[in-house]
Design a protein. Structure first.
Length: 362
């Protein structure tokens, strides 16, 4: 007997409790999405851990959860640093289900660093499976994913290939059952390709990673997924940076700024503009870089984003120093330091050194 209830009744009640909590996001620890933050649905780390302990102490309750609930619980356990519990929860999912669909993708993500070979095997299976289903449903019709990274990056915003436009028009109004099925498969395929690109990049295969991310990006572009496209260009931007390819990095950084602006995500836009400003300065276009930094700063101040403010002030100061304007540089460095102090973390030594050097020279 537990809390005066018999185990069978308790297990049933526990299943019902978690069925309510999981979709509502109650097991999310810490900050959640904006619409969640407005409601009192957050759990502290301790509360979530205690609730998870309660569930794990009743194996018969676990057997009653569906696949998605088990994945959500495993994600919650992982976020609390309880990897062994996460593995146990996932072990209750059948072998077939754990290697297919979105559940398979979640499983692969969990093995991304622990067992890259296993993750790649699952991802490859998902991509092959979705390709077969898409071809089977549409008789070869669908989004053209043959574009290269350069073609996707340099395409005019709002334009698409004939096959992309054709498929996009099919999405107008209420899609039929076949289109709905293809949509789900293509979105899953885009996510799997994105994860494959991450694995390839981590394993030192940049060309393969670029191709996977370009294919994923082409699918997202076909559906007008602004955030998905921004994420895709961000991945390609990081890859270009690693390879010291300033030309490609500028192209992708510009597209990220454009896409997040279209999506009206001013917080992301502030950081994206700072990234573009830095690259523009590397290209020795200092006036334009200054414009980007100041645009970033304006958005950062509107959003009370101190981290973005530090970056923007610092960039503006560096550019002033390049122009030989030590007074303006010192002012901007001081503003960067003031914003950094509000973050309640030690100021970077490099920032302090710049301020000291300018102070001593005056």
């Amino acid at each position: 007997m537990i809390f005066g209830l018999n185990n069978r009744f308790f297990s049933s009640s526990l299943q019902h409790l978690f069925a309510i909590l999981l979709p509502a996001g109650f097991l999310r620890v810490g900050p959640t999405h904006e619409f969640m933050a407005e409601q009192s649905t957050e759990m502290s780390h301790t509360q979530a851990s205690e609730l998870l302990d309660l569930l794990l102490s009743h194996a018969d309750a676990i057997s009653g959860f569906d696949v998605q609930a088990l994945v959500n619980l495993a994600d919650a356990a992982e976020s609390m640093g309880r990897s062994e519990d996460a593995e146990f929860l996932l072990s209750n999912i059948s072998e077939k289900e754990s290697k297919s669909g979105w559940v398979g993708l979640a499983t692969a993500k969990r093995y991304l660093h622990k067992n890259p070979q296993k993750a790649m095997k699952i991802i490859s299976g998902i991509i092959e499976s979705t390709e077969e289903k898409i071809n089977g449903n549409s008789n070869g019709k669908g989004i053209d994913t043959s574009s290269t990274g350069e073609e996707v990056a340099n395409s005019d915003k709002g334009e698409c290939s004939d096959s992309e436009c054709s498929h996009s028009h099919e999405m107008d109004g209420v899609p039929d059952a076949e289109t709905s099925s293809n949509t789900a498969m293509l979105l899953l395929q885009a996510a799997a390709l994105n994860l494959r690109g991450q694995l390839e990049a981590d394993s030192g295969a940049p060309d393969a990673a670029r191709e996977s991310w370009a294919l994923s990006l082409a699918i997202k572009a076909g559906y007008g997924d602004l955030f998905g496209q921004a994420n895709g260009h961000h991945n390609l931007l990081q890859l270009a940076k690693q390879q010291d390819n300033l030309e490609d990095a500028l192209v992708h950084a510009t597209r990220v700024v454009e896409l997040v602006a279209d999506a009206e995500d001013s917080a992301w836009q502030a950081h994206a503009l700072a990234d573009l400003a830095h690259l523009t300065a590397c290209d020795e276009n200092f006036d334009q870089a200054d414009i980007h930094y100041r645009s970033s700063l304006e958005l950062a101040e509107e959003n009370d984003d101190l981290a973005a403010q530090v970056v923007a002030h610092w960039g503006i100061a560096d550019l002033a120093l390049i122009r030989g304007d030590g007074e303006s540089a010192l002012t901007a460095y001081g503003q960067a330091l003031a914003a950094h102090m509000k973050l309640d973390v030690p100021a970077p030594e490099a920032l302090l050194q710049r301020i000291n050097a300018l102070t001593e020279s005056q």
